[in-house]
Design a protein around this ligand. Structure first.
Ligand code: FE
Length: 195
């Protein structure tokens, strides 16, 4: 799949971001610096995301693939939170930009721990519409994210420095630091075999 969203605002974003990646490929700091204002502009206008990619699930947060770079250099996902939903503690292994578009989410950063030791909470922040957060192995890659609200849907747009639904990464047990491998896949495709 390539791009699934035809709205000009989204097409413009993908074109501009592709140009950023073409220009700064491999220079994460430059990619994030140039990509951040593009994502801020995209999520500052909540009028382009088709309803099919904004659907919550009663039980699970949803990750809809909106665009996959043909060379797997980046992917764009709509992350749809049902009321009260949250991720496990997890990492990404690639850089990510997280732009809040509808509602709010809470992100808690963690440090990896020695085996058997609880993981240390590094800090928490709340994203409001228009805010853009960043994670990466260089900046801090382990977090847990939740819908700030128990009574409404929240949506953020994520850009990852790879085809995130295909990348083998980890979920963590916050009490023991134990990690397990997982591959997230995407909500708008048939389920991948369990990792
Ligand atoms: Fe994440």
């Amino acid at each position: 799949m390539m791009t699934t969203v035809s709205a000009p605002r989204f097409q413009h974003f993908v074109r501009e971001l592709t140009q950023v990646i073409d220009t700064f490929a491999g220079d994460e700091e430059a990619v994030l610096a140039a990509g951040r204002p593009l994502l801020n502009e995209l999520v500052s206008n909540d009028d382009w995301l088709p309803a099919e990619f904004a659907q919550p699930h009663p039980q699970y947060y949803q990750q809809y693939l909106l665009h996959a770079d043909p060379q797997d250099r980046f992917s764009v996902v709509s992350f749809v939170w049902g009321p009260g939903q949250k991720t496990p503690v997890h990492n990404h292994t690639v850089w990510a930009l997280i732009g809040m578009m509808r509602g709010s989410e809470r992100a808690e950063g963690f440090a990896a721990s020695e085996p058997g030791r609880p993981m240390q909470l590094l800090g928490a922040e709340v994203l409001s519409p228009g805010d853009v957060d960043m994670v990466s192995p260089r900046l801090g890659d382990i977090h847990r994210v939740s819908n700030l609200y128990d009574d409404r849907v929240s949506i953020s747009i994520h850009v990852y420095g790879g085809n995130i639904g295909r990348i083998s990464r980890h979920v963590f047990d916050v009490d023991t630091g134990e990690r397990k491998t997982f591959i997230s896949g995407y909500s708008n495709e048939p389920k991948q075999p369990a990792a």
